[in-house]
Every structure is written in structure tokens, then in C-alpha cells.
Design a protein around this ligand. Structure first.
Ligand code: ADE
Ligand code: ZN
Length: 347
């Protein structure tokens, strides 16, 4: 339990949520491609997209489940060809994150979406990494990269992707597992993750977004991940809840994503508050902000308004985001101090 936070009138809570420093740990950088940038890159690269206008593309963002979103998300990423395109996409996100007082960000990227179209691993990683380096210098945002394997593809393709990425090992800090969850359980990638572990990479995986609690157990026990991305299905399994709380396994929860992909019928039904109150290290994240209607602060503001969470929850969520991040203990302490100073100054 975090230290008590003084009560704040409900009308001032949005300002506190906006102002508090926070880390974002679950953002697919390809999911930050706004329709305007998709059209600009399509024109720049001479790529055809099957939508007549930005408005028409936005109208297509009516999803019924994860797969209905992924089909459009992979189509949107087809405009990315050059190093500058990857840089422009990441820079736009990092500027937006800085405006939301995100001081630390760990960005997912999906190299297989690009290498399958003939774009080199070097092009992808160099463009994204250049934006991260510049963000540290110019925006005060500490940003790093996590390479995700697409779980609808084979183990062999994941191993090939790892081999292609190893020359750039110094430019990413870990690996993750994303894409279509149902029918692609974590164990499919146990050997790839074992190899990544030997290489000293951090390990995370999407589990329990749409899939059953069993996928969370196997992500922990077979993949040996350090964080679970989403994990909202864990409230269906009391033994799992106990374990997650006891071991402080972080869950990178994405409320607006869960709403848009119909995981919960309404934001008021979201279980974030239940996860926090049960002592889990839950965090708030945007997942694919260009597609789900909001960046970090939109996620905080809308979720707090819908669920009636308090300043105490806000403090806990921000603290959890630093606790769950892949930074050293000294850097974590510096962020906790910054957080405490922000709350203390918020009179
Ligand atoms: N790739 C991008 N967003 C995703 C999500 N919410 N779940 C799984 N894979 C993804
Ligand atoms: Zn995700």
C-alpha cells in the first residue's frame, strides 16, 4: 500500500491526473499513427490506401474485437517504408507523450509487419531509436524500445526475427508478444523467450486481454515474463489474483483499448479499480492511441470519471508505472521523489 494522499476535491482531480509525472509501458508505436500521418506518408511514399480521406479512414475505426482492429492496424502500417517514416511516427508520439507529462516510455514495435514488406530491420530500428535519443535531449522523455513477436506467425519466424535484430541489440531493451491472442498461447514461443532470456533481454507478453487466465499463468511460468500486458482477465481467477498481488507482477492495463475492443461494455464496468484495490501493480497505458480515441491523459481522465477512483488511486497508478518500468532502482527513486513533490505542491 502506498502512503496516504490528502483528499482532493473531485473537480480538481483532472488537473492532478494531467500534471502528475507518469511512465507509459504499453504503447505500440504503429498504433500511434494518426490518420493524417498515414495519408501524408502514403502520399510521400506513393503507397495506395483503400480509403478516400482521413474522415473515411476514421469512420472505419469501429471495432468489435481484437482481430477486427488488427486487420486495420496492419493495413495502416503499410505506409511506413523509410527510416524517416519510423522516426516521424515515433517523434509525433513522443511529443504527445511529453505533453501528457509522460517522463518515461517503453515503446513496442512490430518488426515483422515491416520486414514482411521488404523493409529492413535496420531501417525500422534506426528510425525509432533516433527519435528516442532525441526525445531524451529535447523533450526530457526517457524512451526505449521493446521488440514484439507477432504470435499469429510461427516460432521459426520469431527466431528469424530475433537473428535479424541481434546486430542492433544495443538499441532495444526487451522483447514482447502481441497480435491475435486466442488460439496462440504463450507456450508456442517458450523456446524463443528462453533464448531472449539468455541474451539478457527483458521479457513481457500480452496475456489475458481476450484470452483466458491460463494464458497469464503460462506467460509467467513458461515464458518467464516480468510483466503482463493487459491481464484484465485475471479477476476471473482468485488464485491468479493472489499470485499477481504477492509477487507484484505488473499489469499494463489499457482502459480505452479494452472499451473500443469490447472487452468491457462500458468504462464504468472496467476492473482497474478492483485490480488496484486487490493490491496488484496495475498501470494505465494507451496501447494504440490513434485507434482507440486517446493518449495517456485521456485514458486517466475518462477512466477516473467513469469509475470514481480517487487521488489515492492516481498516486498509486503513477507510482506503479515507475515501479513496473525497466529502469534501475536509483532512477526509480528519482521518479518517486518527483511524484511526491508534484502531489505535495498540489494544494
Ligand atoms: N498489437 C497492437 N495492439 C494490440 C493489442 N491490443 N493486442 C494485441 N496485439 C496488439
Ligand atoms: Zn497492446
Amino acid at each position: 500500500m502506498s502512503k496516504p494522499v490528502k483528499a482532493i476535491p473531485a473537480e480538481r482531480l483532472p488537473e492532478l491526473l494531467r500534471r502528475m509525472p507518469k511512465a507509459e509501458l504499453h504503447i505500440h508505436i504503429e498504433g500511434s499513427l494518426e490518420p493524417e500521418l498515414i495519408f501524408a506518408l502514403a502520399a510521400r511514399n506513393g503507397v495506395q490506401i483503400p480509403y478516400a480521406s482521413v474522415e473515411e479512414l476514421r469512420k472505419a475505426y469501429a471495432f468489435t474485437n481484437l482481430q477486427s482492429f488488427l486487420d486495420i492496424y496492419y493495413a495502416g502500417a503499410s505506409v511506413l517504408l523509410k527510416e524517416q517514416d519510423f522516426y516521424d511516427m515515433a517523434w509525433a508520439y513522443l511529443e504527445r507523450a511529453a505533453a501528457d507529462n509522460v517522463v518515461h516510455a517503453e515503446l513496442f514495435f512490430d518488426p515483422q509487419t515491416h520486414t514482411a514488406r521488404g523493409v529492413s530491420m535496420e531501417t525500422v530500428i534506426d528510425g525509432l531509436h533516433r527519435a528516442c535519443t532525441q526525445a531524451r535531449l529535447e523533450l526530457g522523455v526517457d524512451a526505449s524500445l521493446i521488440l514484439c513477436f507477432l504470435r499469429h506467425l510461427s516460432e521459426e519466424e520469431a527466431f528469424e526475427t530475433l537473428e535479424q535484430a541481434l546486430p542492433f541489440r544495443g538499441k532495444f531493451i526487451g522483447v514482447g508478444l502481441d497480435s491475435s491472442e486466442l488460439g496462440h498461447p504463450p507456450e508456442k514461443f517458450a523456446r524463443v523467450f528462453a533464448r531472449c532470456r539468455e541474451l539478457g533481454l527483458h521479457l513481457v507478453a500480452h496475456a489475458g486481454e481476450e484470452g483466458p487466465p491460463a494464458y497469464i499463468w503460462t506467460a509467467l511460468d513458461l515464458l518467464k515474463v516480468e510483466r503482463i500486458d493487459h491481464g484484465v482477465q485475471s479477476t476471473k481467477d482468485p488464485a491468479l489474483m493472489q499470485r499477481l498481488a504477492k509477487e507484484r507482477v505488473p499489469l499494463t492495463v489499457c482502459p480505452l483499448s479494452n472499451l473500443k475492443l469490447c472487452v468491457f461494455p462500458q468504462l464504468a464496468d472496467h476492473n482497474l479499480r478492483e485490480l488496484l484495490d486487490a493490491g496488484l501493480c496495475a498501470t494505465v497505458n494507451s496501447d494504440d492511441p490513434a485507434y482507440f480515441g486517446g493518449y495517456m491523459n485521456d485514458n486517466f481522465l475518462q477512466t477516473f470519471a467513469a469509475t470514481g477512483m480517487t487521488a489515492q488511486h492516481a498516486y498509486q497508478l503513477a507510482k506503479n508505472s515507475f515501479e513496473a518500468s525497466f529502469i534501475d532502482a536509483k532512477q526509480k527513486d528519482a521518479y518517486y521523489e518527483l511524484l511526491d513533490a508534484t502531489f505535495a505542491a498540489f494544494a
